[in-house]
Design a protein around this ligand. Structure first.
Ligand code: 5RP
Length: 216
C-alpha cells in the first residue's frame, strides 16, 4: 500500500464516521493521523457537539478547526467515541497506542455508548502481534521492565499524565491472556490491547469505499 492510498483510505473511514455524529452529541475524539481526517470532516459539518480530546495534539487541532472542546472533568459519558488503531484482528481485538495515547483512549472508549474504530485497510491483521504499547509508572521502572520481560522503552516524551511509554515485544498468543497479565503487572498504568467488547463497529477504508465491519 503506498502512502497516498493509505491516507485516502484513512480519509474515507474518517468521513464515514463523521456521518454518524448527530447534533447535541457528546463525542470522544481519539488521536492520530486518521483522527485528523475526522476532525476536518466534523468541522465541515458545523454541528453543535461537545468534544473531549484524548491528547493535547487532538485538542489543539480540534480547537483550531473551531470544534467545541471540553475538559474530561466536565463530562462523565460519551454518546460516541471515534478513534484509529494500529492493528485490528478479525475478532476485533485491537492494538492501539502508536501515538502513545492508549491509556486515555481506553478510558474514553470505555465511557462511550458506541466506540467506532476508523482504519485504512493496512491495519487489518490475521492475528494480533507485537509491539503492544505500554504506559508505565516512572517509579520502579527498571523493576517493572524486568518483570514484564520483552519490554523496551520507546524513547518518546512522557504521556500528558506523566507515564513512561514502552512497548512489549514478546509473543502475544491469546490477546485476552496477555491483556490480563499486563493489567495485573504492578507498575503498568495500561496497555494498548483493546478487547472486542469495547468495539461497536470498525470502519475500514479500502480502495474508494468505507466498509462497515461488525463482529461475527
Ligand atoms: C494513538 C493511537 C492511534 O489511533 C493509532 O496509533 C493509529 O494512528 P494513525 O491513525 O495515525 O494510523 O492509538 O495512540
Amino acid at each position: 500500500v503506498t502512502p497516498s492510498i493509505e491516507s485516502d483510505e484513512k480519509r474515507l473511514a474518517a468521513e464515514a464516521a463523521a456521518d454518524l455524529v448527530e447534533p447535541g452529541m457528546t463525542l470522544g475524539l481519539g488521536t492520530g493521523s486518521t483522527v485528523a481526517f475526522l476532525l476536518d470532516a466534523l468541522a465541515r459539518r458545523h454541528l453543535d457537539v461537545r468534544c473531549v480530546s484524548t491528547s493535547p495534539a487532538t485538542e489543539a487541532s480540534a480547537r483550531r478547526l473551531g470544534l467545541r472542546t471540553e475538559d474530561f472533568d466536565a463530562v462523565d459519558a460519551f454518546d460516541l467515541a471515534i478513534d484509529g488503531a494500529d492493528q485490528v484482528a478479525p475478532d476485533h481485538w485491537l492494538v492501539k497506542g502508536g501515538g502513545a495515547a492508549h491509556t486515555r483512549e481506553k478510558i474514553v472508549a470505555a465511557s462511550a455508548t458506541r466506540f467506532v474504530v476508523i482504519v485504512d485497510s493496512s491495519k487489518l491483521v490475521e492475528a494480533i502481534g507485537p509491539p503492544i504499547p505500554l504506559e508505565l509508572l516512572a517509579y520502579g521502572l527498571p523493576a517493572t521492565l524486568r518483570r514484564l520481560g520483552h519490554a523496551t522503552l520507546r524513547g518518546v516524551p512522557a504521556s500528558p499524565d506523566g507515564g513512561v511509554i514502552a512497548d512489549y515485544g514478546g509473543p502475544v498468543g491469546d490477546p485476552a491472556a496477555l491483556a490480563a497479565r499486563l493489567s495485573a503487572t504492578p507498575g503498568v498504568v495500561d496497555h494498548g490491547l483493546f478487547p472486542p467488547e469495547l468495539v461497536s463497529m470498525v470502519l475500514v477504508g479500502r480502495g474508494t469505499v468505507a466498509e462497515e465491519h461488525h463482529r461475527g
